[in-house]
Design a protein around this ligand. Structure first.
Ligand SMILES: [Zn+2]
Length: 391
């Protein structure tokens, strides 16, 4: 991957990032909110200074080799430079991942604010990015009426035009009143043209969706045209339909983006509620679900986790065995799995759990919409849907 700065962010990029492990070096992750009130709109230096001070102090307590320590110290300098070079116009926050020892850095300009933090680990800490992707799906928006269409890509609050289509459809001639054979013939002729136009739009949508990393398809335009397009979509595209937005074909891009945001918020609330319903049913009715940190960790150890549900950015400290990697919520001195002494503290146990679950192919859902989040918090803020029933 080398050194990169990129304004776009896709699920694939985040998955690739999560897998990056520059052994023996560590990766330093920085999420930094940009203060738009500072003249020139630079990243807020005070916040970064505090984070750097904490990180340097934390390094003392870690068991690092000289090479590892030098790499992390170099990372902190690189992050200062990245923060200094980040103008406000590029976004509301910046996410940077650096492993100086491996000569590697990735910077993402984020169009939404984040909680500033600095984390050092064996892999990039992508939780904030992954959660943001969950919250901001990448949509292909297809706006169509009887003769014109636009394809718009919407991602992270921004919309950009991909394609404009205009078909040659004759105007309607007969508006009410007596309609003779001639008029009906003309109407049929017009409908043929409209049908061809819709077919063309459906085809363009199929091509555009296949080319890029979209999460969902959104339709907009007059109800009649949207209904025709929905019927004309290729079967492969239909399962990706995420909804419809009430915007005209000629709507400004900002309006398209805003309508998609509203759609995403509603979609998220429905999805989150559905996930919590499934979890509750799995726990109470079928025995294929667990809730709470200890039970979730137990299920993970047995390879049973199919999906992980985490309330917002819930986390808490725990312990890990430096020998076998055993994770624990307890306060054991010796590893319960391999018996070795000297369990080490991990500051973000839930993050470790998410990483391990991801490695086993499980999917993680961050539940941040209400009331789903409160329902999950009432059950320990974390839970899992299982691949099989634990006996
Ligand atoms: Zn162990």
């Amino acid at each position: 991957m080398g050194k990169q700065r990129t304004p776009v962010l896709t699920r694939r990029q985040v998955e690739d990032l999560a897998r990056f492990r520059p052994i023996p070096y560590f990766v330093t992750t920085l999420y930094l909110d940009i203060d738009r009130t500072v003249p020139g709109g630079r990243a807020r230096p005070g916040a970064l200074k505090g984070l750097l001070r904490e990180a340097r102090a934390g390094l003392e307590a870690r068991n690092l080799t000289r090479k590892q320590r030098q790499s992390v110290e170099a990372d902190l300098g690189v992050l200062e430079r990245i923060a200094r070079d980040t103008p406000a116009r590029s976004g509301k926050a910046v996410a940077a991942f650096v492993a100086s020892g491996a000569d590697w850095e990735q910077v993402f300009d984020l169009p939404w604010p984040v909680k500033s933090r600095l984390l050092i680990g064996e892999t990039p800490n992508v939780r904030v990015l992954a959660a943001a992707l969950d919250e901001h799906p990448r949509y292909l928006v297809v706006l169509t009426d009887r003769a014109q269409a636009r394809l718009v890509g919407v991602h992270l609050g921004r919309a950009h035009q991909l394609l404009e289509l205009a078909s040659d459809v004759p105007g309607q001639v007969s508006e009410g009143g007596y309609r003779g054979n001639a008029e009906r013939g003309i109407d049929r002729h017009i409908e043929d043209h409209v049908g061809k136009h819709i077919h063309k739009v459906a085809e363009a949508a199929r091509e555009a969706f296949g080319e890029r990393d979209f999460d969902g398809l959104v339709l907009g335009g007059p109800a009649e045209s949207v209904a025709a397009l929905r019927d004309g979509l290729s079967p492969a595209l239909r399962p990706h339909l995420a909804g419809e937005v009430p915007v005209e074909v000629t709507a400004p891009l900002d309006q398209v983006a805003a309508a998609c945001e509203t759609l995403a918020v509603a979609g998220r609330a429905t999805r989150d509620a559905g996930l919590i319903d499934r979890l509750v049913e799995a726990v109470e009715a079928t025995g294929t679900g667990v809730t709470g940190l200890a039970a979730t960790l137990g299920a993970l150890r047995r390879g049973a986790v199919a999906s992980l549900l985490v309330a917002g950015d819930y986390d808490q400290p725990g312990l890990t065995c430096p020998e076998c990697g055993f994770l624990s919520v307890g306060d054991e001195k010796d590893c319960p799995a391999c018996g070795r002494g000297g369990m080490r503290p991990v500051p973000y146990l839930v993050r470790e759990i998410v990483d391990r679950a991801t490695e086993t192919g499980a999917q993680t859902w961050h539940i941040s919409s209400e009331p789903a989040r409160r329902r999950l918090e009432a059950r320990g803020a974390i839970g899992a849907l299982l691949r099989f029933r634990l006996i």
